[in-house]
Design a binder for this molecule. Structure first.
Ligand SMILES: *[C@@H]1O[C@H](CO)[C@@H](O)[C@H](O)[C@H]1NC(C)=O
Length: 447
């Protein structure tokens, strides 16, 4: 009897141990999965504080090796120009603008950069895989992405001579907008070879674009609810970069850059320019703001027509004369116009919570010091209340925001020559830090 009891006692223990082991294994796997899916960019706030733009901008620029891809994968004629200008450092481009030219801008700059590029793969910190660099519209992107699969170009793309387990995380793609991701499934998103899955993917716009009320059916709105709720599984290692705005400064320029202007109060309370497009709520918001601007010509800086380069330049320059610049979401929460605001020292007014999470590497740790937030729902209820809200912001609060912009906006600007701490350098530093951080966390990774 005593023996029997002892065995039963021991058997209880064995079960206990088995259960504990199972639970631990399950927890471990879950942790692995979370880590894989969340990646480094899980929480914009925490990440931004850790990799603050200031900390990154004070360090050397990582050297990038740019692959020469098969001609079928390259469509660039290297004639990329900055566009037309009438004011130093401010450009307006004809046709395809800041919505689609990020890769072209990155390549142009790397081609002449002493600080950030190398032709020697052995000293490279990062490897750029420049697929279809030429700026192009959404429809052309979609065609290209579909052709990639059809014509067996993926085979050619993945035959990269310097791609190995140790370098995979240091490789990156650049696609203009994350909204194109679902259509470019196969090479830019997933599924894909394990080494390519480890590449970083740079776009203007990050995981915040999958949230909220502003996806349009044509792009991210097409995703199923479950895909939208797990964007990290759909697009691994997505790194968000600011739009290339119309201000392109150069280290060689002598004048003070426009973002450092903290000068006298501005002539107009606000400026707004935008066409009613995007998701339904964006259209409603934009109509209300247009009406507000038209009805208050004494308060709203006059802008130009949206369909010509001249008109767009006029709208852009209007930001110099306004204290606040209204930035409703459109096709996505991000707008190139927000970047231009900061570069002209105009305080952006944001209307969607996702907008506070835009471009975490570049803006994350100072966004709240440099913007005003007004809820879209509150605005739509009574658009006129915005005038009172803006007029009621104390002068010293405005001065503090303009000071923060003057100190930090350099990180939002893609310079035309090597300028330490500009948007390109902050981006590259962020990519290199993210790649290196796998060293400390690799025990969490399954492969
Ligand atoms: C607008 O801003 C520019 C640059 O700061 C300035 O030269 C111009 O006089 C301003 N215009 C008005 C109407 O305030």
């Amino acid at each position: 009897m005593g023996r029997k009891k002892g065995w039963g006692h021991r058997r209880g223990w064995v079960w206990c141990v088995v259960v504990v082991v199972l639970v631990l294994t399950w927890l471990w796997r879950r942790q692995e999965e979370d880590f894989e899916e969340e990646g480094l960019w899980a929480s914009a706030g925490a990440e931004a504080a850790f990799w603050s733009a200031e900390r990154r901008s004070s360090r050397a620029c990582p050297k990038v090796f740019v692959y020469e891809l098969d001609p079928e994968l390259g469509d660039w004629d290297r004639r990329s120009t900055f566009g037309q200008t009438s004011v130093p450092g401010v450009y307006a481009t004809e046709g395809i603008d800041e919505n689609a030219n990020l890769l072209e801008v990155v390549l142009t700059r790397l081609a002449s950069s002493e600080r950030c590029s190398t032709r020697d793969a052995s000293e490279a910190e990062l490897f750029l895989v420049p697929v279809f660099p030429r700026a192009k519209h959404w429809s052309e992107w979609v065609e290209r992405c579909e052709a990639m699969q059809r014509e067996g170009l993926l085979q050619k793309l993945y035959a990269l001579p310097h791609l190995r387990e140790e370098t995979a995380r240091r490789h990156f793609f650049v696609l203009p907008r994350v909204g194109y991701a679902p259509k470019c499934v196969g090479w830019w998103t997933s599924p894909m070879p394990p080494l390519v899955r480890q590449f970083a993917r740079v776009a203007v716009g990050g995981y915040e674009e999958f949230e909220g009320d502003f996806q349009r059916a044509k792009t991210l709105g097409k995703l199923t609810a479950s895909e939208r709720s797990r964007p990290r599984a759909l697009v691994p290692r997505l790194v968000s970069a600011p739009y290339v705005a119309s201000v392109r400064w150069a280290a060689a320029r002598r004048e003070a850059p426009p973002w450092t202007n903290t000068g006298p109060p501005r002539r107009f309370l606000f400026s707004y320019s935008g066409t009613p497009h995007g998701a339904d709520k964006a259209v409603e918001l934009r109509r209300a703001l247009s009406a507000l601007c038209e009805g208050n010509a004494n308060l709203c800086a006059p802008s130009g027509a949206a369909d010509t380069a001249d008109g767009r330049l006029r709208s852009t320059l209007a930001k110099r004369n306004a204290t606040f610049c209204l930035e409703p979401p459109g096709l996505t929460p991000g707008r190139a116009s927000i970047v231009a605001d900061l570069l002209f020292g105009c305080v952006p007014v944001l209307f969607a919570p996702e907008q506070d999470r835009l471009w975490p590497l570049h803006w994350g740790d100072w966004v709240r010091d440099s913007r005003l937030y007004v809820s879209a729902d509150v605005l739509l209820e009574n658009p006129n209340s915005l005038l009172e809200t803006l007029a009621a912001v104390p002068e010293d609060a405005v001065a503090r925001m303009r000071r923060a912009i003057a100190d930090r906006a350099k990180a939002m600007q893609y310079a035309t020559d090597d300028m330490p701490g500009d948007a390109l350098e902050v981006l590259l530093r962020g990519l290199a830090d993210s790649a290196a951080s796998s060293g400390t966390s690799s025990r969490f990774r399954r492969r």
